[in-house]
Design a protein around this ligand. Structure first.
Ligand SMILES: [Zn+2]
Length: 240
């Protein structure tokens, strides 16, 4: 199986929060998309692994993913070590993505920058012929970083206005994690389970969308540059 656009999440829900609209838009255009989580989210304060796996399956269907899977790296203890790098190299060589999505390299939860580092390291190692996993080498063209809690000035944004309602529907699959007024579990509230976090996700997308004259947009960073070959074609139609 070949996946064109593959998103890595530290935990089930991160890739969907950061890039769900972009993944839906790609799927709408016929791009083969996938999400792989590095952990099963077993350290989460809310929800158990079985519930979180069921939420992940439901969100994958809502996003139109061709592939979704969870690795078994330790939640709360992610680090770029041999085991984690090799696990991700195996995924990269198996699915051969053209472009990889990863969490931004700075964030509030320590697993997020750790996952970012693991993916960055594994993308390099996956291209080395002598890093032997019994699979042919493969290196994606770019790592594109999505936003979680901590914000950054984006390298670019993706207009997800036409996909935004479906993104929210995919996020609602994570009833144990994100804002869910119907849940009466007695579990502790978390940073992302509050109504204000849900409101922030929508407000952030609307704010970024406004900056490109759209309703909603998702922000991304890359370490390199985006080339614009034709300034008039890229910017000449702007009316805002
Ligand atoms: Zn996370």
């Amino acid at each position: 199986m070949k996946i064109d656009l593959l998103a890595f999440g530290p935990h089930p829900d991160d890739a969907e929060i950061g890039a769900g609209g972009t993944l839906i838009r790609a799927a709408d255009a016929g791009v083969k998309t996938g999400v792989v989580t590095l952990t099963r989210g077993e350290m989460g304060s809310r929800g158990g692994t079985a519930e979180r796996a069921a939420e992940f399956d439901a969100a994958a269907a809502a996003l139109g993913l061709v592939h979704h899977a969870m690795l078994d790296l330790p939640d709360g203890r992610l680090a770029s070590d041999d085991r984690s790098r090799e696990a991700v190299v195996r995924v990269l060589r198996d699915l051969r993505p053209s472009v990889v999505l990863a969490p931004y390299w700075e964030d509030r939860h320590p697993d997020h920058p750790a996952a970012s580092r693991i993916v960055q390291d594994a993308v390099f190692l996956a291209g080395l012929a002598r890093y032997d996993t019994g699979q042919p080498p493969h290196r994606p063209g770019e790592i594109v970083y999505y936003m979680a809690a901590w914000e950054f000035e984006p390298s670019f944004v993706v207009d997800v206005s036409a996909q935004f309602e479906r993104k929210l529907a995919a996020l609602r699959c994570y009833g144990s994690q994100l804002h869910n007024p119907d849940r009466r579990s007695g579990e502790p509230a978390t940073y992302i389970s509050s109504g204000s976090y849900w409101d922030l996700l929508i407000a952030r997308a609307a704010h970024l969308g406004r900056r490109i004259g759209a309703a909603y947009a998702e922000p991304f960073r890359i370490r390199g540059l985006v080339e614009v070959p034709d300034l008039v074609a890229a910017f000449g139609g702007r009316t805002y």
